[in-house]
Design a protein around this ligand. Structure first.
Ligand SMILES: NC(=O)c1ccc[n+]([C@@H]2O[C@H](COP(=O)([O-])OP(=O)(O)OC[C@H]3O[C@@H](n4cnc5c(N)ncnc54)[C@H](O)[C@@H]3O)[C@@H](O)[C@H]2O)c1
Length: 449
């Protein structure tokens, strides 16, 4: 069985490489000729741990082309992982997906064997059975059924661990047009997983709503922890980490993603909540939890700004961490970028550093934000330092000595508690979020959700 993968970006190129590593002949397609060239030269088109190794090891089974026809005619199954940007109303746009499916359909019309089309992009529930199926059937001049299969099969991955998540998935979700299509996709996944994950097979629409529900539930846990952090910060004597650590031990709850710090960001989490709320609204249903999760998330930025305003002595402010989380260069919905731009547009002197995301951040940062060359430079230049993302480098590279040498005692807002409290409290004014104090209690006004 031969496979094709349409869209060789952050998700598509790791999938193509994982499939090739499990013995499949894979041909990728992208509009971006640079990505196609890179794959054909054995180079990873995107930066993702383990991706380059997989491509190097399994190069003979992996190639790429700009031609849909070439890829579809050379394969039996086509995975589609093109962008589905959010529309103004919050729902996902199928614009690129439909263009892609139409091209695939036209190529399928030129062959006479069975072909399976697998949609992996995140879509608004109802898309696959609706306009995607219609477009595919029209372009291929076939009906979905015995000669043409359609599946919805999202990946549950996190950037920075995409390859690992694909090799050891918690579950495989298969939305299927019919049994033949689902059987074929399950066979591929059974061969690709290093573990034996449970497989859930269902109709297309159930799989679509399951995908969004997973992400929105995870973000609800994050917002719950951040809500507790806000309360604890106003409650002298309390500490949110002590509380969430204990809550997480209850097996009904679990500790994963129950950690208070800053607002969640990135290309998926914020928009999935918005999409769930928009879907409910469109259907005449309610998604109050999704709306509250998003409102609590936005409030975290306000909390941080309040704290910065209180600690600001008019001197330079340093921000460490511009990616939306450690281990990635992605700055979509990055709290660090938003904070730097906000403060610099208020006329404050802001300097920033990130171990991996500086090139991406430069494209979206205000011009007057100063880019530092190292953690040290950012710490050294700041009267007020915000450690926004817990890159492991920061814990190693931030030296007490740098604070000792400062003429005035610096303040440090350590959002993820990367610095040792006992040690660093001696050399700077160290603030952990979610720790109650009399001062916070008097001055912060919580946002009503
Ligand atoms: N990145 C993630 O963490 C993640 C996680 C889960 C789901 N998703 C979903 O996967 C989809 C893709 O996300 P991504 O992060 O890989 O996007 P990306 O922007 O990194 O990659 C998309 C690729 O598709 C290519 N492309 C665009 N239109 C095309 C077309 N018509 N034909 C061929 N190629 C085309 C682009 O050139 C790009 O290389 C989105 O729906 C996203 O919501 C992403």
């Amino acid at each position: 069985m031969k496979l094709s993968v349409i869209g060789l970006g952050k998700l598509g190129s790791p999938l193509a490489a994982v499939l090739a590593s499990k013995g499949y002949e894979v041909i990728g397609v992208d509009l971006n000729s640079d990505f196609v060239k890179k794959i054909n030269e054995g180079r990873a088109p995107v930066d993702e741990p383990q991706l380059q190794n997989l491509i190097t090891e399994h190069r003979t089974r992996l190639k790429a082309t700009l031609s849909y026809q070439e890829a579809v005619l050379a394969s039996d199954v086509t995975f589609v992982i093109v962008p589905t940007p959010s529309e103004k109303n919050g729902l996902f746009s199928n614009k690129y997906l439909l263009q892609s499916v139409e091209e695939i359909g036209r190529a399928i019309a030129l062959k006479n064997t069975y072909h399976l089309v697998v949609i992996t992009s995140t879509v608004t529930p109802g898309s696959c059975q609706g306009e995607i199926r219609e477009t595919l059937e029209k372009a291929s001049q076939r009906e979905v059924g015995s000669n043409l299969g359609l599946c919805y099969n999202p990946e549950f991955i996190a950037l920075g661990t995409v390859v690992c998540n694909m090799l050891y998935p918690d579950m495989i979700l298969v939305g299927e047009s019919d049994k033949q299509a689902g059987d074929l996709l399950e066979t591929i996944y059974r061969q690709c997983s290093e573990n034996t994950p449970p497989v859930r097979r269902m109709n297309l629409i159930n799989a679509e709503i399951t995908k969004i529900s997973v992400n929105t539930y995870v973000t609800t846990k994050i917002s719950y922890a951040n809500m507790l952090s806000d309360i604890c910060q106003h409650l002298p004597g309390s500490d949110v980490n002590v509380v969430t650590d204990a809550i997480g031990l209850d097996s009904r709850i679990g500790s994963k993603y129950l950690k208070a710090a800053v607002a969640f960001g990135g290309p998926c989490f914020p928009r999935d909540n918005v999409a769930l709320a928009a879907l409910a609204n469109k259907l005449g249903a309610r998604a109050d939890i999704a709306i509250a999760t998003q409102a609590i998330n936005q409030h975290q930025n306000l909390r941080l700004l309040h704290l910065i305003e209180k600690l600001d002595n008019g001197g330079p402010i340093g921000i460490l961490g511009l990616s939306y989380k450690p281990g990635t260069y992605v700055v979509e919905e990055s709290q660090g970028v938003a904070l730097a731009n906000r403060l610099s547009s208020q006329g404050k002197k802001v300097s920033v550093f990130d171990p991996m995301a500086l090139n991406e951040a430069k494209k979206v940062l205000n011009q007057n934000v100063e880019i530092c060359a190292s953690t040290f430079e950012c710490v050294e230049s700041a009267d007020l330092l915000v450690i926004l993302i817990p890159w492991p480098e920061f814990a190693k590279e931030i030296q007490m000595e740098t604070f000792r040498k400062k003429a005035t005692k610096a303040s440090v807002i350590d959002c993820w508690r990367v610095l040792n409290e006992a040690a660093f409290s001696e050399v700077c004014h160290l603030i952990y979020l979610g720790v109650g104090s009399e001062v916070e209690n008097k001055s912060l006004t919580p946002l009503t959700v």
